[in-house]
Design a protein around this ligand. Structure first.
Ligand SMILES: [Zn+2]
Ligand SMILES: [Zn+2]
Length: 147
């Protein structure tokens, strides 16, 4: 029995609502953020249930689970491979509008004789809002040095 079957049909309606709500969220939310929205429709749902269903949906390939180094898990309604940029100050995550680097995998495969099955690439920086405010004293100093 696969993972989805084990999880049971009982959760189907909840799962559907969770998927619907996530599809309206462009922010790559955490499980807690999805829970805050979903519980407006499903009053008795628990955070644990939302979390479990998000895991199942990602297992089913309906959504993507994002795990950035050292930060909380986030969920993405877009199941296609794509890259992200994360703001180092406010943790905002947006899609990186660029093509997949498939040719790098082919190149590496040729060089190493490894069968490459995937790769992870994470961009980080400052979002426009954080860059405008520059609240970090260290960054402020850096900017001043550049002048
Ligand atoms: Zn930011
Ligand atoms: Zn995304």
């Amino acid at each position: 029995m696969n993972f989805a079957n084990r999880a049971g049909l009982r959760m189907t309606r909840q799962r559907k609502v969770i998927l619907e709500e996530l599809q309206h969220m462009m922010t790559h939310p955490s499980a807690e953020e999805v829970y805050d929205v979903v519980r407006k429709r499903l009053h008795r749902i628990s955070l644990g249930t939302v979390y479990r269903n998000l895991e199942i949906l990602s297992e089913l390939g309906e959504i993507t689970k994002l795990e950035f180094g050292g930060t909380i898990k986030r969920f993405d309604p877009n199941p296609e491979d794509h890259y992200h940029i994360r703001c180092s100050l406010c943790d905002k995550v947006v899609d990186a509008p660029m093509a997949l680097l498939d040719h790098v995998e082919a190149h590496l495969s040729k060089k190493t004789e490894f069968k490459i099955i995937g790769h992870r690439l994470e961009f980080y920086g400052l979002c426009p809002e954080c860059a405008a405010h520059m609240i970090s004293p260290g960054l402020k100093k850096l900017e001043e040095l550049k002048k």
